[in-house]
Ligand binder design. Structure first.
Ligand code: FAD
Length: 511
C-alpha cells in the first residue's frame, strides 16, 4: 500500500506558518511530481493576531527568496524592505577609560592574510583609532552605506559582503500568503477550537469553529507562544531558559524616520538600564522596541526609560507590551506534530535569529520528510538537529551578556554574574583568554562561526578591559607590514565600490 503523506496541515498564519508553507511547497515541488507530493493547507485564525514584530533578518533570506522564485524587487516593494549589513551594538560595554563603546557585528568578514585571520593581526598591532569592524570590512561606515546597489540578486556580491533585509512583518506574511496560495497552498481562515488524538497519541483531527472536523495526517504547529498543539494538546514540556537569559518582556513602537533621506543599513541594538532596544529602519518607517527584564523593571518604569530613549519620536505614544516565553519545547517533533516558530521556542531577538531558525527547521523537515507511519529515527534525528540549532543561538546570545562590563545598573551585574551559561561556552571563554576563537572551537554553526565570536570579543574590547590579560605577548609572531598593506588595499577597494554606489535611500527609491 502506498504510504505516502497526502496532506500536511499548518496551523498559524504568522511568519512561521507562511514561511513553512513557502519552503515546503518550494522544496517538495522542486523534487517531486504533483501527484506524489502532499497537499499543503494552512489554517489561520481570523481573530488571533500575529505577534507582528520580527522585522530584522540574517543573510540566509536572499537565498530563500531566490529558491522560492520570489523577485527581490517585488519583495522590496511589497514589504517596504531595506538592506541590512549587520548589527550595531551601542553602549553594551565601556572601554579601558570607561567610555561607551559602539561596534558593528557585520555580515562581511575579511579574507585570510597569509592563512591567518585578520583578527589575529588586529589584536597584535591594532589599527590606529579604528575599531576592529572598520578594519575588517571594506567600508568605513557601514551605517551610511548600502552595498546592495548594483549587485541586487547577484550571488557573487552576496558571497562577498553578505546582506539581509529589514522588512515589514505583517506585509511579509501578506506577500507570502499571495505567493503560497498562487502555488496551490490551501488557505483556511478559521480557528482551531480543540485537538483530537488517536489511541497512539497522534493528532487525528482538529475541530474548526466554522468548518467543523479537519482530518490530520501530519500537522505543523505555528500557533506562536501559545503552542496550541505541541504544548497544550500533546503536553510536550517547555524548557525555560530564564536561568540563562534575563529578559522576558518587550515593548514595541513604530516611529517615523527622524530624517527620511537617511536610512541606516544596520539594525541597532542599544543597551539601556535593564535590557536593550532595537531599531530596525524600513523604507517608510522605523520599528523600535525595548527588550527588558521584569525582575528589574516594571512595565511603567521600562516604558519611561524607553520613551526617554526615543525622545521626540515617542512623545505621547503608548508602547505595545509583548510578554516573551523564552526557551523551547523539549522536542520540536512529537508524534505527527512539528512545532516551528514561536510555538517551538524563542531565544530573545538580540541577533534576529528567529526567522533564520524557522528557515532551517523547515528545510530539515523536508530532508526528514516521513511517510504516514513516521519512523522514530527520522523524528529523533530531526530533534537532535534542532537541539544543536538552539544551543548555537543560546551560546552566542549568552556571550553578549557574560562579556558585558557595565556596572551602572544591577541588571547588567546580574546579567553577567547571576545568569548561567552553557558548558561549552564556559569552556571556550576559558580558552579564548589565551588565544582568539578558531574554527574547531565552534563545532556546529549555521550562523555564528568563530569569526563572529572574534568580532564580539574584539568589538567589546575585552582584551583591553581585563579579560585574557597579557594575551598580546603570547600571540605568535606576525609581520606588521602584511597587516597594514592589507588594510591599505581594503581602503582602495572601498573607494572603488563607493564611486559607483547610490546611497541607501536613493537605491530603495529606485527599486
Ligand atoms: P505568531 O506571529 O504569533 O503567529 C501565530 C499564528 O497562529 C497567528 O496567525 C494566529 O492567528 C495563529 N493561531 C493561534 N492560535 C490559533 C488557533 N487556535 N487557530 C488557528 N490559528 C491560530 N525574529 C527575527 O527573525 N528577527 C527579529 O528581529 C525578531 N524580533 C522579535 C522581537 C520580539 C519582541 C519578539 C517577541 C519576536 C521577535 N522575532 C524576531 C521573532 C519573530 O517575531 C517570530 O519568530 C515570527 O514572527 C514568527 O512568529 P510565529 O508565526 O511563530 O507566531
Amino acid at each position: 500500500m502506498n504510504n505516502r503523506l497526502r496532506k500536511i496541515t499548518i496551523v498559524g498564519g504568522g511568519t512561521a506558518g507562511w514561511m513553512t508553507a513557502l519552503i515546503l511547497e518550494t522544496e517538495l515541488s522542486r523534487t517531486s511530481a504533483p501527484k506524489d507530493r502532499p497537499k499543503i493547507c494552512l489554517i489561520e485564525s481570523p481573530n488571533i493576531a500575529t505577534v507582528g514584530v520580527g522585522e530584522a533578518t540574517v543573510p540566509r533570506m536572499p537565498k530563500t527568496l531566490r529558491q522560492a522564485g520570489i523577485s527581490e524587487r517585488a519583495f522590496f516593494r511589497e514589504t517596504n524592505a531595506s538592506f541590512k549589513l549587520g548589527v550595531k551594538f551601542c553602549n553594551w560595554n565601556t572601554d579601558a577609560k570607561g567610555n561607551r563603546i559602539d561596534y558593528v557585528n557585520p555580515f562581511a568578514h575579511g579574507q585570510l592574510l597569509e592563512g591567518l585571520e585578520p583578527a589575529e593581526y588586529f589584536l597584535r598591532f591594532g589599527n590606529g583609532d579604528r575599531d576592529y569592524t572598520q578594519s575588517i570590512s571594506p567600508h568605513d561606515d557601514l551605517g551610511r552605506l548600502c552595498k546592495g546597489a548594483r549587485p541586487l540578486g547577484q550571488p557573487e556580491f552576496e558571497q562577498r559582503f553578505g546582506y539581509a533585509y529589514h522588512l515589514d512583518a505583517v506585509k511579509f506574511a501578506g506577500m507570502l500568503t499571495k505567493v503560497c496560495t498562487k502555488h496551490g497552498v490551501e488557505h483556511i481562515q478559521d480557528e482551531v477550537t480543540s485537538v483530537e488524538l488517536d489511541e497512539q497519541g497522534n493528532v487525528s483531527h482538529l475541530m474548526l469553529e466554522q468548518r467543523g472536523r479537519h482530518d490530520v495526517e501530519m500537522v505543523i504547529d505555528c500557533t506562536g507562544f501559545r503552542g496550541l498543539i505541541i504544548n497544550q494538546a500533546l503536553g510536550e514540556p517547555f524548557m525555560d531558559y530564564s536561568d540563562y537569559l534575563p529578559n522576558d518582556r518587550a515593548m514595541a513602537l513604530q516611529i517615523d524616520h527622524p530624517d527620511p533621506e537617511k536610512i541606516e543599513s544596520l539594525t541597532r541594538s542599544t543597551a539601556l538600564g535593564a535590557g536593550w532596544t532595537w531599531r530596525v529602519p524600513l523604507y517608510n518607517r522605523v520599528g523600535t522596541g525595548y527588550v527588558f527584564s521584569s525582575a528589574h523593571r516594571t512595565d511603567d518604569q521600562a516604558a519611561d526609560e524607553y520613551l526617554e530613549w526615543l525622545g521626540d519620536s515617542g512623545k505621547g505614544a503608548t508602547p505595545r507590551i509583548i510578554p516573551m516565553r523564552i526557551g523551547r519545547v523539549r522536542n520540536a517533533w512529537v508524534k505527527n506534530c512539528v512545532a516551528i516558530g514561536l510555538a517551538g521556542g524563542f531565544i530573545e531577538p538580540l541577533e534576529s535569529t528567529a526567522i533564520h531558525m524557522i528557515d532551517h527547521a523547515v528545510r530539515w523537515l523536508t530532508e526528514h520528510m516521513p511517510t504516514r507511519d513516521i519512523a522514530p529515527s527520522l523524528r529523533s534525528r530531526y530533534n537532535r538537529q534542532m537541539d544543536k540549532l538552539y544551543d548555537e543561538v543560546l551560546e552566542f546570545i549568552c556571550l553578549h551578556y557574560r562579556l558585558g562590563n557595565r556596572t551602572d545598573d544591577q541588571y547588567w551585574i546580574d546579567a553577567r554574574t547571576e545568569m548561567k551559561i552553557p558548558d561549552r561556552l564556559a569552556e571556550n571563554l576559558e580558552l579564548w583568554q589565551h588565544r582568539l576563537p578558531m574554527p574547531h572551537d565552534i563545532e556546529f554553526a549555521t550562523l555564528f562561526d568563530y569569526r563572529v565570536y572574534q568580532t564580539v570579543l574584539l568589538g567589546k574590547q575585552v582584551y583591553d578591559t581585563g579579560y585574557g590579560p597579557g594575551i598580546r605577548d603570547r600571540l605568535r609572531p606576525l609581520k606588521k607590514p602584511i597587516w597594514f598593506q592589507w588594510w591599505k588595499g581594503a581602503k582602495v577597494d572601498l573607494a572603488q565600490i563607493l564611486k559607483s554606489m547610490p546611497d541607501h535611500k536613493t537605491l530603495l527609491r529606485d527599486i
